[in-house]
Design a protein. Structure first.
Length: 277
């Protein structure tokens, strides 16, 4: 049994909390607002209100110490889309506070839910070593968003505790179905792989990392995939929707290689992106 704190009990954090609780771990969660904290409490979760950035790390460190938390899992989003002029340093600064509080409070491991958006838009299979802060600095192939995400990852890597960074592909489930996004896309490419991950596997990979990985970076994405044009057409048809696929183009892009997580021992529930539909 492990005492776990999940920072950010939202779309991913809440089902993760339920799964870890079902596995007999002691789980605490945080939410940023009073309303969302109340919702977590009503779901039977041990919830605490916590708004990032923190005025100081002391309150979080005290929560970690008093609850005897061993593993801190961060399911926080960067929030870059909420502003026309993003504060690219804010995400890394939030993670810096989380790591400092975890260390002060006596935790021994930090798990970061990151994103495959760290990788540049190159037509190749992206392995974990293809993105790092060192590679991105001064490299125009990496976007501002990629650099900001990698800066945050580096804060976790350098935290002085066991740490695991999980780079998740596009997250979907039965409610957040891929067909929902079809009308929002300006175009889809027949030469761009559909990098996707079901929420069930996102939860599964995090639990696996907590139990079996002490340190490192792993990609989390369905092991097999198809191109985006095929995928979104199949998503539309699976829901029998009267929607026309956006313009089909030929722009190539990256494929996320998740073979490292498989070699380490994780078995994906959804082996192919078509299985997500």
């Amino acid at each position: 049994m492990t005492a776990v704190l999940i920072i950010g009990a939202g779309w991913l954090g809440r089902p993760l909390a339920k799964q870890l609780s079902a596995s007999n771990h002691t789980v605490h969660v945080t939410n940023s607002s009073h309303e969302s904290t109340k919702e977590s409490l009503e779901l039977g979760l041990s919830a605490h209100q916590l708004q990032l950035p923190l005025p100081s790390t002391q309150s979080l460190a005290s929560l970690i110490e008093q609850s005897q938390i061993e593993v801190v899992i961060g399911c926080i989003t960067p929030g870059f889309r909420r502003s026309t002029t993003p504060d690219w340093d804010s995400y890394a600064n939030n993670w810096q506070q989380i790591c400092e509080a975890a260390k002060q409070g006596g935790a021994n491991k930090v798990i970061m839910i990151s994103s495959t958006a760290v990788y540049p838009s190159e037509s190749k299979d992206m392995k974990e070593e293809d993105a790092s802060l060192e590679l991105a600095l001064g490299n125009n192939e990496f976007s501002d968003k990629s650099l900001a995400l990698l800066q945050a990852e580096q804060r976790v890597i350098d935290c002085g505790m066991d740490s695991v960074v999980i780079r998740c592909s596009g997250l979907v489930d039965e409610i957040r179905h891929p067909s929902r996004f079809a009308t929002r896309l300006r175009s889809v490419s027949r030469n761009s792989p559909a990098n996707m991950l079901h929420r069930v596997d996102a939860v599964g990979v995090v639990e696996f990392a907590m139990n079996y990985i002490n340190h490192g970076i792993i990609n989390a994405s369905t092991p097999s995939t198809c191109d985006k044009a095929q995928f979104y057409q199949a998503a539309i048809e699976s829901r029998d929707l009267d929607i026309t696929l956006p313009e089909v183009i030929d722009t190539p892009d990256k494929r996320i290689d998740s073979s490292k997580s498989v070699k380490l021992g994780y078995q994906y529930h959804y082996q192919h992106t078509f299985d997500l539909l």
